[in-house]
Design a binder for this molecule. Structure first.
Ligand code: GTP
Ligand code: MG
Length: 370
């Protein structure tokens, strides 16, 4: 089977593509730069150039986040990851503030959430719940989709005075696409014009049938303002989590997902990572998408330094050599060499993919002109 393009082989050897084509020709193999050759031929070429042959299976280099399964006996219960979604201004951040006894809303520009926030809350029973706050503004579809993909449960916030709105419907779609159970929080029930019944009826049109209507979706009327219904909401989340029987192996190198990442003055590249399995420790070497680093510090959502972070814990990671993209994976590896190998491989793949895209783009433009 063909395993490598001539260009890729040339790149890996740091030789010119044309020289590799010539070398192949001398061996009786006619291949252009974009064509693929098999491993044996590639090996001959490598020897021809006087390089050492080192075969690395692609699966070996491209570490899939969910590649190897953990044995059942290593699994331990973990907190649920709950994503808060809903239309703009329906009270997602306020609800989380009420649950965390903080005040994030007042610090937001114009009261509009523009980033994903990740927090862990210890609830009354002592159990922990990880919450991911998403923006409700129409412009942030991609962030909602990402939220739905890293979560166990979606809490759909619908303001009782406003009802089901476009981003409510969009959030339902994301949760469905991700196959994640929905709990409906009917918020702002303290308002005089609150109509929780109307919300339940409107949800029917989107095939969300709450218990009261004979369905199975759990709904909880709440007020982030008066705190009414908050205990019931937490109870419902824990109940749903119990059904899901969430477990992870904490005793392995950490793997997770980049929630947000940015370059900060004085701190360098900072990534908020949701650990999904294993435990990350200060000093660990990791890959995050096309970047890598060594963990210099770990901070929780209140800015406290941590020595380590385990499954379902959101944590700020310092020590990156570059800024990864939100949605990238985060994987601890055993050496710097390995981290470099993986990121170089990924960077090359990304570059190739963008070349293909550009080539296609110019072809389409050509046809347009004709
Ligand atoms: P985005 O993140 O921008 O989509 O908004 P959000 O859903 O996070 O809403 P946010 O928590 O910022 O609240 C929007 C407004 O509704 C604020 O003025 C809150 O004070 C108000 N609000 C939120 N919850 C309640 C509630 O239970 N009752 C009342 N009366 N007002 C609320
Ligand atoms: Mg918000």
């Amino acid at each position: 089977p063909e395993v490598i393009t001539v260009q890729e082989l040339a790149n890996r050897m740091a030789e010119r593509g044309g020289d590799v084509v010539k070398s192949l020709m001398r061996m009786g193999v006619m291949a252009t730069i974009t064509q693929s050759i098999d491993a044996d031929t590639a090996e001959l070429v490598v020897a021809e150039f006087g390089h050492k042959v080192k075969r690395v299976a692609e699966s070996d280099v491209e570490i899939g986040l969910r590649g190897d399964e953990d044995e059942a006996e290593h699994l331990q219960p973990r907190p649920p990851v709950v994503t808060i979604m809903g239309h703009v201004d329906h009270g997602k951040t306020s609800l989380l503030d009420a649950l965390r006894h903080t005040n994030v809303v007042s610090g937001e520009a114009g009261g509009i959430t523009q980033h994903i926030g990740a927090y862990q809350v210890q609830v009354a029973s002592g159990q922990r719940v990880t919450f991911i706050d998403t923006p409700g503004h129409a412009a942030f579809t991609e962030m909602r989709a990402r939220g739905a993909n890293t979560t166990d449960i979606v809490v759909l916030v619908v303001a009782a005075n406003d009802g089901v709105m476009p981003q409510t419907v969009e959030a339902i779609r994301h949760a469905r696409a991700a196959g994640v159970p929905i709990i409906v929080a009917i918020n702002k029930i303290d308002l005089p014009d609150a109509k929780p019944e109307r919300v339940r009826t409107e949800l029917l049109q989107h095939e969300i049938v709450v218990e009261e209507m004979g369905g199975e979706t759990l709904d909880v009327p709440v007020s982030a303002k008066t705190r009414e219904g908050l205990d019931k909401l937490v109870e419902t989340i824990l109940l749903q989590a119990e059904v899901l029987d969430l477990k992870a192996n904490p005793d392995r190198p950490a793997e997770g997902s980049v929630i947000e990442a940015k370059l900060e003055r004085g701190r360098g590249s900072v990534a908020t990572v949701l650990i999904q399995r294993g435990t990350v420790k200060v000093g660990d070497i990791f890959v995050a998408g096309g970047e890598w680093g060594r963990v210099r510090a770990l901070l929780d959502d209140r800015g406290q330094n941590l020595k380590s972070a385990g499954p379902a814990q959101p944590v700020e990671v310092l020590g990156l050599n570059g800024t990864p993209l939100a949605g990238d994976d985060f994987v601890v590896v055993d050496s710097e060499g390995r981290a470099r190998e993986i990121t170089e491989f990924r960077t090359r793949k990304r570059r190739e993919a963008s070349h293909v895209a550009t080539a296609r783009g110019s072809l389409e433009q050509m046809f347009e002109k004709i």
